[in-house]
Design a protein. Sequence first.
Length: 251
Amino acid sequence: MCLVAFSWQVYPDYPLLISANRDEFFDRPTAPLHQWESGIYAGKDLRGGGTWMGFHPSGKWSLLTNYRDFHRTHPGEISRGKLVQNYLEGSIGPEAYLESVHQDQHRYDGFNLLVSDGQKLFYLSNYGEGIQEIQPGIHGLSNGLINDPWPKVELAKSQLAELISSETTNDTLLSILKSPLTYPAETLPATGVPEPMEISLSAQLIRMPPSYGTVSATSVLTNKSGWTQVRERSFDWDLENHRDISFSFQT
């Protein structure tokens, strides 16, 4: 994922709510959300392997965003999508898993990783200061560290908070994080890309001709009974058409 707003253990009826965008090249080979042979629900990167977000019927879930800093890069020996896959298909707890990842974090290009067993939620970035337990609240994540106050991240958090105060469904979660508004360069981080590109990437809904942009969005609702609904919406370049795939399961 490249932009995520989520509510963690704030509202009793919905302990987990997620709205997320995936930005990618439109021609990158990708399998949509489906149930894998291992039992997890996730899309799949058919080039690098792994996934950017996934859920296990046991209640485990994980998601990943890239950390963008072209001033200092990591070698990227291993596909970052394996970080999500390995946690969901493994048997160790979230904190212990991140401790193992932390030992080899230099082998991955820049990442932000969230892992949860449904009860606790932990975060690690190989550009951050180690493992953090995420406390209850509304949080935002893009291509900086968690809750870095990028304009589109702050907007995403406020959109989610406003949405929760009215009506929360998969459709309403998919309706946010869609602003095409870009921001002046002086309000943006300096991630090492040219200034016009930094400005284009500051939008929530990205279109960078000829082939890069927001290719899909995902919404997640987990209620107090442990019933989880996941919906993925894939977009065409012109946004005229979209395709939805949904799964529901009881943890």
